[in-house]
Design a protein. Structure first.
Length: 91
């Protein structure tokens, strides 16, 4: 299963901090098979500030990731600092 999330932040520095926090999940959450995170470089009107792409063996793996304490800690920070969040999930 693939989980993609886009974020907008009030400042570019917040996107950089978010990227570091998200990268820290790889190797900590057992069901997380791969993680890519990128901070936008163009800043166009249609741009999001950060994109996260994660992959799991199946839906159960993604569900486990969603409830993992390390992920929940990052989510708490993201909800506090992000001004908008959008996600797409597929298998």
């Amino acid at each position: 299963m693939t989980h993609v999330v886009f974020f907008r932040f009030a400042t570019p520095d917040q996107a950089v901090v978010a990227a570091e926090k998200l990268r820290g999940l790889l190797g900590v959450v057992p069901t997380l098979q791969s993680l890519e995170v990128g901070v936008d470089e163009l800043g166009s009107d249609r741009s999001w500030d950060l994109c996260l792409i994660t992959r799991f063996a199946n839906r159960a793996g993604m569900d486990s990731y969603q409830q993992h304490p390390a992920h929940l800690e990052v989510v708490s920070w993201l909800r506090e600092h992000a001004t908008a969040i959008a996600a797409v999930d597929w298998s």
